[in-house]
Design a protein around this ligand. Structure first.
Ligand code: SF4
Length: 67
């Protein structure tokens, strides 16, 4: 799975790295950064964290897509 944070859309709410710290971290100016741009389909824990961040972002800045 491909995990991308759109830096233009991100408003630095911090929900992704607060609720899913395994998949996201705090970047410059408080914006979210994906810790792993690519997550293996075999890594259920990390897939879950990426999807949690996706659901928690209030502005739709995170995309998680099949590769
Ligand atoms: S939750 Fe969304 S808006 Fe907030 S830091 Fe993460 S990507 Fe940015």
């Amino acid at each position: 799975m491909k995990v991308v944070v759109d830096r233009e859309k991100c408003k630095a709410h911090g929900r992704c790295y607060t609720f899913a710290p395994d998949a996201f971290e705090r970047g410059p100016k408080g914006k979210g950064v994906a810790r792993h741009a690519h997550v293996s389909d075999d890594d259920a824990d990390l897939l879950g964290a990426a999807e949690t961040g996706f659901m928690m972002c209030p502005v739709g800045a995170i995309s998680v897509d099949e590769e």
